[in-house]
Design a binder for this molecule. Structure first.
Ligand SMILES: Cc1cc2nc3c(=O)[nH]c(=O)nc-3n(C[C@H](O)[C@H](O)[C@H](O)COP(=O)(O)OP(=O)(O)OC[C@H]3O[C@@H](n4cnc5c(N)ncnc54)[C@H](O)[C@@H]3O)c2cc1C
Length: 425
């Protein structure tokens, strides 16, 4: 008789996480607390600190509090004062205060993506093994674990593998199949890069609309440079090599060639930027997020595109729920993965739906529609129903931000999870 036939699989202990941005290090933080041994592999040679400002709202704020990182997040607040739309000549057309833009609102914490990635990395680096400049080349699962072959040639065993490697997830490709099966382009591209703050902005966003395009330049609290955001609509995937940064920069320059305002100067800065980011605004839609001992987290599982403003919050919440469920199930991944997905999925779908609507609103396709939008921007703050409209927008966003209910995994119903440490500043 086979002596192992009736033996339950041993509880998972070692977890390989692919991706050291937001979801990956957040999961590592929680798993380490619960007694697991996480290892994080990141393709980039060092922590990537680029990116625009990201929002943490609703449930995600409570998640950060429980992770013990909320005070650090608040210390890095962008502290935005508001923003304005400008015309071709740089003249202000209309202003919007911070309570419409976010940033200073009670129920919305906002910081730079790079600052958040750094906070999570600093919190974990002493207790978690990080493997930079490497990537998973192959996964071979058996009854007891997963044999992982890395690009570097190293071969190691892990109990579980988590793909937290973003929209173009390598783990998803290896375990579930090609990206095209799961990625749905929403009809727009986004580019972000850092450049000198030549407009002298102080915690202020400056928007400029062009048919089918939108630009935003801003500088947040404590930043000497400015962030530059370019959005353009493109109904189909573009014929550029988006794995090649030089080709991405060419795409941006070709798309905005001949446009006015500060565009020529900003494109010059784009050419020199070393944190240049360009990607399609896409959703990742999957029937399931786990297969055997492999599970996906954050954008890898359910990217809602930057338009939702919820990708980071969902990545943090997902990390909290996945770690909590693994702890509660005593490392039984079959139970934990199912519960994680069950808890996250309805809220994720609500946010993805919202993102689709937002992408359509980001750009408008003609000059007269821009003029109409500018008329509304100018008149809205003077109307008696200004607060009503702002409240309606905020309520919609808050509902989506609270769409994933979280449990207190410090009071588990199953196998006990270790208590959270005291939250420190
Ligand atoms: C440099 C950068 C800038 C960004 N800027 C913005 C922004 O301005 N606005 C916005 O809304 N969102 C931005 N995002 C996306 C945003 O961070 C995510 O939507 C959200 O925070 C969810 O995070 P995530 O950890 O699931 O995925 P991501 O933040 O996309 O992180 C995925 C991580 O996996 C790594 N990775 C990719 N492939 C591999 C591989 N083969 N092996 C190992 N690691 C791999 C990536 O380098 C990255 O560190 C940015 C992401 C990055 C990486």
């Amino acid at each position: 008789m086979n002596s192992t036939a009736n033996t339950a699989a041993k509880p998972a202990k070692t977890v390989l996480i692919s991706g050291a941005s937001v979801a990956g290090p957040a999961l590592a933080l929680q798993l380490h607390r619960y007694g697991f041994t996480p290892t994080v592999v990141e393709r980039a040679p060092e922590l990537r600190t680029g990116g625009y400002k990201v929002d943490i709202r609703g449930t995600a704020i409570e998640v950060c509090r429980r992770m013990g990182i909320l005070d650090e997040i608040r210390a890095k607040s962008t502290d935005m004062r508001g923003g304005s739309y400008v015309d071709d000549a740089g003249r202000t057309i209309g202003e919007l205060p911070a309570d419409i833009f976010g940033g200073r609102v009670e129920e919305d914490d906002e910081l730079m993506r790079g600052d958040l990635a750094r906070i999570l990395y600093e919190r974990t680096r002493d207790n978690v093994e990080y493997l930079f400049d490497d990537s998973i080349a192959a996964l071979a699962e058996d009854a007891d674990g997963v044999t992982v072959t890395f690009d570097s040639g190293t071969v190691r065993r892990f109990d579980l593998v988590v793909g937290a490697d973003g929209l173009h997830s390598n783990t998803r490709k290896l375990a579930f199949g090609p990206e095209e099966r799961f990625k749905r382009h929403l009809g727009a591209y986004i580019s972000i890069f850092t450049a000198p703050n030549h407009l002298g902005l102080d915690r202020w966003e400056t928007y400029h609309a062009i048919p089918k395009k939108l630009l935003c330049v801003y500088s947040s609290s404590g930043e000497t440079d400015a962030k530059n955001l370019f959005i353009f609509s493109a109904p189909e995937d573009v014929p550029y090599d988006l794995r090649d940064v030089a080709d991405q920069k060419r795409l941006l320059a070709d798309t905005f060639a001949g446009d006015g305002w500060e565009v020529p100067r900003l494109l010059e800065h784009a050419a020199d930027a070393d944190d240049f980011y360009l990607d399609s605004m896409s959703l990742v839609e999957m029937d399931r997020w786990s297969r055997g001992r492999v599970v996906l987290l954050g954008d890898a599982a359910h990217c809602s595109s930057p338009a939702s403003g919820q990708g980071t919050g969902l990545a943090l919440t997902g990390a909290y729920v996945l770690a909590g469920e693994l702890a509660r199930a005593g490392g039984d991944h079959t139970v934990a993965f199912a519960r994680y997905e069950e808890r996250m999925r309805p809220g994720v779908e609500q946010n993805q739906k919202m993102a689709e609507g937002f992408v359509k609103e980001m750009t408008v396709d003609s000059k007269w529609k821009i003029a109409l939008r500018m008329f509304m921007v100018r008149t809205l703050p003077k109307t008696p129903w200004k607060n009503l409209i702002a409240k309606k927008i905020r309520d919609g966003i808050q509902a989506a931000a609270n769409a994933v209910p979280i449990e207190d995994y410090t009071a588990p119903t199953g196998t006990p999870a270790a208590p959270h440490p005291t939250v420190t500043a």
